[in-house]
Design a protein around this ligand. Structure first.
Ligand code: FE2
Length: 185
């Protein structure tokens, strides 16, 4: 689970302190996810090869910029609630609950197949947090909903490359990046 950000000395008015501490934990977990995702997307931007290089290479950069913006908003919400955002590389690696992205230089289709799995994981975690925030803090929930809306759009951009004319995804049976990459390639 996410980093325990510790006890809060103060928080924003109208939120119970124990609730705010849980909200900060949820925010910190999403901050790690956003920091991990924008770095991973840059890694993909640099490592894609093949005939569709330029379209995928250029498609990824706006996603990097958007997700970096998510990280900034999440971190500043933690501080607003009286917490201390953790943004160092070591804290991401120590506290994340998912594996390091596993694909190096590979074709655009292989990376897009792997990114399908990455987005599935990130979006599922956002939606779980949105459900929990329903009883804790609707302002933070609103931020998570807006970020999920963008992530789901980017997931569609990825999946549109993996879809056939019938609407079936080449990665439908994959349960890991390692399965998804060859299925898409
Ligand atoms: Fe670049």
């Amino acid at each position: 689970m996410a980093t325990n950000n510790g006890k809060l000395r103060y928080t924003t008015p109208g939120i119970d302190t124990a609730d705010a501490e849980r909200v900060v934990t949820l925010l910190q977990d999403r901050l790690h996810a956003a920091n991990d995702l924008h770095l991973t997307l840059k890694h993909v931007h640099w490592n894609v090869v093949g005939p569709h290089f330029i379209s995928v290479h250029e498609m990824i950069d706006p996603q990097v910029e958007e997700v970096r913006g998510f990280a900034d908003d999440l971190a500043e919400r933690i501080a607003t609630l009286g917490g201390s955002p953790q943004g160092t590389p070591g804290s991401i690696v120590d506290n994340r609950t998912w594996d390091e992205y596993s694909i190096g230089r590979a074709t655009t289709q292989e990376h897009l197949g792997a990114l399908d799995l990455v987005y599935q994981g990130v979006i599922t975690s956002y939606r779980d947090a949105i459900k929990e925030l329903d009883a804790l803090d609707l302002v933070t929930q609103d931020m998570f909903i807006a970020q999920t809306d963008k992530l789901e759009l980017f997931h569609w951009f990825v999946r549109a490359h993996l879809e056939d004319k019938s609407g079936a995804l080449s990665t439908a049976a994959a349960t890991s990046e390692g399965d998804a990459a060859p299925a898409a390639g």
